[in-house]
Design a protein around this ligand. Structure first.
Ligand SMILES: Cc1ncc(COP(=O)(O)O)c(C=O)c1O
Length: 380
């Protein structure tokens, strides 16, 4: 049989590789981005209640309306901006599906999409599968700031989309107001769509304010925001998220969404609706994770790893250049197999596997796990 897959040259995701290695060698797994503690019992009870109350058939294509209304309220409360729950918000199977569907809706053969590397790994394959061309702009360690001059030079008539991500996975940096103003300036009077991946919007530290695209009126007009309840409420396995965008963009999105997913797990949507009625469930998250970041960094302050404290997300990058000259992929594997701790080497997110000698550690872990991790890292 002769066949030619559309997507080739794809390796198994580094998250699967490192988690499998961690399991095989019984290592502490600080690689993949998921919490090792339970999500709130109240949320689990709300979802169970929804199942027992009969929310077990298809949800509406765009998502349970009450949930969309709750999401709209959250935007009003946090950003003083409105999205119409009927026409501008869609519930998705995690942020990944929203991202894939947004790209599939708009990107076709030859279209260019600007992405910033290191980048979360699902952007590039989705662009390529749709015939698009990723234009990667590198972010330099340790601050991972966007060089807007380079962005300006990279924009031309084929540029159809720019994908941003703040707070940023894997670096743990955040975009500033000036960054967003610049993006608004550069995209104004163009047909460029902005995909703003804001899955870590509620995990931001040191009193920083999350700079959502919806705070900038002209940017909001051309942007999709993607969000993930899995990241926000400690249940990445539920894979429920959402996206929002102005009506015309969302209409186009739904044309594709209805045929590749149609609708998303209904009882979870109902449970989330009830849970969102209390804003502290997401407002308290930054403080919760900042404590974890501080615990972790205090514990490893005397280690040979160097770091700039993470500004958002639940990831901390550690620079190992004073420890070894090994490739980051080799060092990450050796740490897992010989020392019993798994992380993610950042080169896998970079263009041409650029190696800045940094590893990413997930601190969404119990304090006991963070202590055990620090004990290992302090010995290296
Ligand atoms: C930046 C970023 N975007 C999107 C996702 C995917 O989110 P979800 O699990 O809701 O699909 C992740 C998950 O790690 C992420 O880190």
């Amino acid at each position: 049989m002769n066949f030619k897959p559309k997507l080739t040259n794809v390796e198994i995701s580094i998250f699967s590789v490192m988690s499998a290695l961690a399991n095989k060698h019984n290592a502490l797994n600080l690689s993949q981005g998921f919490p090792n503690f339970k999500s709130d019992q109240k949320l689990i009870d709300a979802v169970s209640k929804a199942m027992n109350s009969g929310y077990n058939q298809y949800a509406p294509m765009a998502g349970n309306l009450e949930l969309r209304q709750a999401i709209a309220k959250k935007f009003e409360l946090l950003y003083d901006t409105s999205y119409n729950p009927e026409t501008e918000i869609t519930v998705t199977a995690g942020a990944t599906q929203a991202i894939f569907t947004i790209i599939s809706t708009f990107i076709k053969l030859g279209d260019e999409v600007i992405i910033f590397k290191p980048a979360y790994d699902c952007y590039q394959p989705a662009i390529e599968l749709n015939g698009g061309k990723p234009i990667a702009i590198g972010l330099e360690a340790p601050y991972y700031k966007i060089d807007w001059k380079l962005v300006e030079q990279s924009i031309h008539h084929n540029t159809k989309m720019i994908i941003i991500n703040t707070p940023h996975n894997p670096s743990g940096t955040v975009m500033s107001k000036a960054d967003l103003v610049k993006l608004q300036e550069l995209t104004n009077h163009t047909d460029i769509i902005v995909l703003s991946d804001e899955v870590y919007e509620h995990i931001i530290f040191d009193g920083e304010q999350h700079q959502s695209v919806c705070l900038f009126p002209q940017l909001k007009e051309r942007s999709f925001i993607t969000a993930s309840f899995g990241k926000t409420f400690h249940n990445t396995g539920w894979k429920v998220g959402y996206c929002c965008a102005p009506k015309a963009l969302m209409e186009a999105f739904r044309n594709v969404h209805q045929f590749n997913v149609f609708s998303v797990h209904h009882p979870t949507q109902k449970g989330l609706t009830d849970y969102l009625t209390q804003p502290n469930h997401y407002l308290d998250l930054s403080e919760f994770y900042q404590k974890k970041r501080d615990t972790f960094l205090k514990l490893i302050k005397n280690s040979r790893f160097k770091f700039t404290p993470s500004k958002g997300t639940y990831f901390q990058v550690l620079d190992f250049s004073e420890i070894t000259s090994e490739k980051d992929t080799d060092f990450a594997k050796r740490l897992t197999i010989e020392e019993g701790i798994a992380s993610i080497p950042l080169s896998v997110f970079n263009d041409h596997q650029r190696d800045d000698n940094v590893l990413r550690f997930c601190f969404a872990k119990t304090d006991d796990t963070l202590k055990a991790a620090a004990e290992i890292l302090n010995k290296i």
